[in-house]
Structures are given as structure tokens and as C-alpha cells.
Design a protein around this ligand. Sequence first.
Ligand code: 5GP
Ligand code: MG
Length: 174
Amino acid sequence: MKQRVVLDDKAIDRTLTRIAHEILENNKGTQNLVLLGIRTRGVYLAERIQSKIAKIEGITVPTGVLDVTQYRDDVTDRVSADVQAFQIDADLNGKHVVIVDDVLYTGRTVRASLDAILDHVRPSRISLATLVDRGHRELPIRADFIGKNIPTALSEEIIVMLDEIDEKTQVYIK
Ligand code: 5GP
Ligand code: MG
């Protein structure tokens, strides 16, 4: 199987630095800012952005975890919609929530994330950061902060590796 590296660890680091700056510019600082990473790799990306923001602004913004498996439209046996799909030590009401994920594809995961959040809280604003946008949207959803647009064939797959859980940090196309 042919593999093509599109982002190495240095490129990913620079990309996340840029995204951190873009979020800060867009939000005019860290006020009311909250990051929510989508399980699994979105969580590590959110934490990396959190530490970039801390380096730039000297402020650690609240960062939590979103698990949207129960909110997907292909899940028929929902345990209970009362199970809060996100974990964060902050009140999200009135906040600017930035959802962070590794790859944006059809948009269904993001739609599920919006449901998961809005079932429980009322943020003033929700935006989306993704490391890779690979295209092929099936819903009217777009990212506000994009690491890299990688137009893909349906047969291709983007492999995101982060050294928090993988043996190295890189993005490649398979
Ligand atoms: P969507 O819901 O937009 O179709 O897919 C996005 C979700 O599925 C993300 O959470 C992402 O992790 C995963 N995903 C979809 N396509 C790919 C891909 O090509 N590579 C990786 N690593 N994840 C993908
Ligand atoms: Mg994912």
C-alpha cells in the first residue's frame, strides 16, 4: 500500500501554533474560550492547542473531552441521551466553544457534537478546528480553523499519528 507523508512532526507543530494564533485572533484573546477535543485524537490536539495558547497568552483555557458515539445518526440503540457526552471542568453556558478534531470528512461527527453540546448547555458560540479537512462533506458543515486541506479520493484514508498514543507524530495518506 502506497503511503505519502503530508505533515511531519515539525509541520504539525507549526500548524497547531498557527491555529492557536488564529483562534486567539478570532476570539480576541482567551476570554470565554473553551476547547473540546473529540475522542480520540481530537483530545490530544486540543491539549496541544491549549499549551500553545498558554505559551502565547500565559493563560490555560479550559479544555475537555467530547465523546459523540451516542449521538451519531447511525446509532440506533441509544443508551440514554441524558448521558452527558462531554467532560470539562467549566460551565459552557455563554462560552465560545471550539470543537477540535483530527479529520473532517462527511461532517456527521461534528453534527453529532453540536447535538451533544446543545442538549446540555447554551454556548454563545461554537466553532470548529480540524487538523485535516479531507473533503466529501454530506452536511452543510465547515471548519473555522483548518490545519491542512487535503483533497482525497474516497478510497484513500488519512492516517493521523500523535506520539501521545502512537509511535510518532505525522499525517500520511494511505
Ligand atoms: P465524519 O464524521 O466527518 O465523516 O468523519 C470525521 C471523524 O471520523 C473524525 O472524528 C475522524 O477522526 C474520523 N475520520 C474520518 N475520515 C478519516 C480519515 O480519513 N482519517 C482519520 N484518521 N480519521 C477519519
Ligand atoms: Mg475521530
